[in-house]
Write a protein that binds this ligand. Sequence first.
Ligand SMILES: [Fe+2]
Length: 259
Amino acid sequence: MGLFKSKSKEARPIFAPLVTDMHCHLLPRVDDGSKSEEESVTCLRVMKAAGFESVYLTPHYNIPRFPNVEEDIERRFADLKLDLATHGDHDGSKMLGIAGEYRVDTGFNDRIAAEKFLLIGGKYLLMEFSLHQQVMGLDQVLFDLQMKNYDIILAHPERYPYYSSSSHVLQHFKDMGVFFQINILSLSGFYGEGPKRKAYEMVENGWVEFMGTDMHNTLYAQALIDATHDRKIEKLVEKHTFMNRLFAHPDEEKEGKKF
Ligand SMILES: [Fe+2]
């Protein structure tokens, strides 16, 4: 844990009931997440200490910022797993799955047409919007995805400044069967007071099916350690049931990948 400034706290395994983290950026050097294998391993150790047994890596797919290609991502993922196993970290290697966090961008309709997605659990598409401006035409996008039998998870709805926690647009997404995933670090105020308040309100509304770390680097890892000492977050995890455990065995996933 030499990358951390503070060594005063160890993570507590309060997220064990979730079993799986299904949103993070720990495939090195493909987006704004981890910059090295070492950083990824450090972050994964923190996640394990926080109670997670398995982790899906979900690189950004976002044109033009992160024009990732699924074939390349899968190759890099295989290399990372081999690297972990070669260095004796077989548990670390087995606990990982690969998917993506797909931005609804200018190339998104082409993706839908090509059905070119790396999915969580072979079925769930993790989708995000711009943090700055509201995307128009989402009804059609969601309809097109659902016609192709994707289950849609919207990443961190609490972080979009243009949606309130009782937004009629978000209500409409819920009515369409879209799953919501909030960021654990929103609950601790990592992104500010607005996302924190909205995250709690959305959970209390019964809108939230998934929780994710959205971990990018060791700064987030330190914040996750701190979050494991937050009694309010601990109580929330104890009180509510989340669907993360659906993805408990990413290493056994073989079928249903739409790529
Ligand atoms: Fe993310």
